[in-house]
Design a protein around this ligand. Sequence first.
Ligand SMILES: C[S@@+](CC[C@H](N)C(=O)[O-])C[C@H]1O[C@@H](n2cnc3c(N)ncnc32)[C@H](O)[C@@H]1O
Length: 244
Amino acid sequence: MPQPPPDTLVADRTPDDMARMFDQIAGRYDLLNRLLSGGRDRVWRVRAVESLQLQGGETVLDLCTGTADLLLALAAPRGPAARVVGIDFSVEMLRLASRKIHGSTVRGAAGLLRGDAERIPLADRSVDGATIGFGIRNVRDRMAALEEARRVLRPGGRLAILEFGAPGAAPVRAVYLWYFRRLLPLVGRLVSRHGSAYAYLPASVGAFPAPDAFCALLEEAGFSEVRCERLTLGIVCLYSARAV
Ligand SMILES: C[S@@+](CC[C@H](N)C(=O)[O-])C[C@H]1O[C@@H](n2cnc3c(N)ncnc32)[C@H](O)[C@@H]1O
């Protein structure tokens, strides 16, 4: 099957290209997440859930849900939400998400929908919180996805976005960038058996706006109380915002 080169910008890939790439890596996605993050990905997801400041009993949307790890962290009994809905356009990711949900205690409270983050198939003001875990970087029209998230959130509802960044301090940054640009694509290629997906990861992170610019985008999309918290030395940014 033809694959776009790893340095092809997100804007040059069609949604079908992108969904196909995620279909192809779905089977090894969780294993690689644990391996490549040294297990930190679980901590990042918990921080994202906490930042929503849920009181218990809410309905929360997880956009770009993938294999549903963030969705599972949101839903009771592990998380505070009473009902969770995950949306993704990759059929294989959704298949794995569905299997995990059915094997968990949250199965009665979780729903999955196939759809595009740029056109969320939910009514206005229908959710109390929303999350996007390592997905916004892959969305072609990020402003459209952010405006859609704001549309489906009730006023006052919070959005939490996890995305990769890079450490600020020079020596740590150099070591991390070597790992991220050299070692990670190699391990990713060997384990996922996909030629380019894990080379696309650092390329797409490099093309993602700096934290200040992304915060400005969130404000432009109609969010207030926008902030960026750097997790694990800045390797990950947790963006949080409140729908107006
Ligand atoms: C890197 S994975 C992240 C999965 C999960 N949120 C996590 O934290 O592990 C990105 C996911 O976003 C999905 N995705 C990317 N762009 C999308 C879009 N425009 N609409 C819906 N899903 C999208 C992909 O199919 C993939 O499952």
